[in-house]
Design a protein. Sequence first.
Length: 146
Amino acid sequence: MPRMTANEIASFMQKAFPQARMPVEIEELRDGFLRIRVPVTDRHLRPGGTVSGPVLMTIADTAMYYLVLGAIGPVALALTTNLNINFLRAPKPADVIAEAEMLKLGSRLAVGQVTIYSAGSDDPVAHATVTYSIPPDAKRSPKPSE
């Protein structure tokens, strides 16, 4: 069972990162997996009408951060140490769906992968591997079952 719920993550993000402006909806959160949806607007598009690469990178990073929060609790200073993304095909000008999976969660590092889709398509538009550093003084709250 995750240490934070979708609502707790959303509330934490509003408090810890009030400057964040991208609307993100957590559609599913469970141990080791998270799915988010980001509504796409004209400001996310590049010439040619596709979602821009920087937007996809931001979504991949956001999905992994939310997954890390779900796993370790509200640790604002967990941060990206590596993000590698492969753009696979042009995304449609539609909502973006990102599915993050935890590959390894250690005491200092979290490693995961994020697959990104355009809403309405089963073909991924991008795939990222992301590593997060977890601060050594991170206070992890026990899981409800502990």
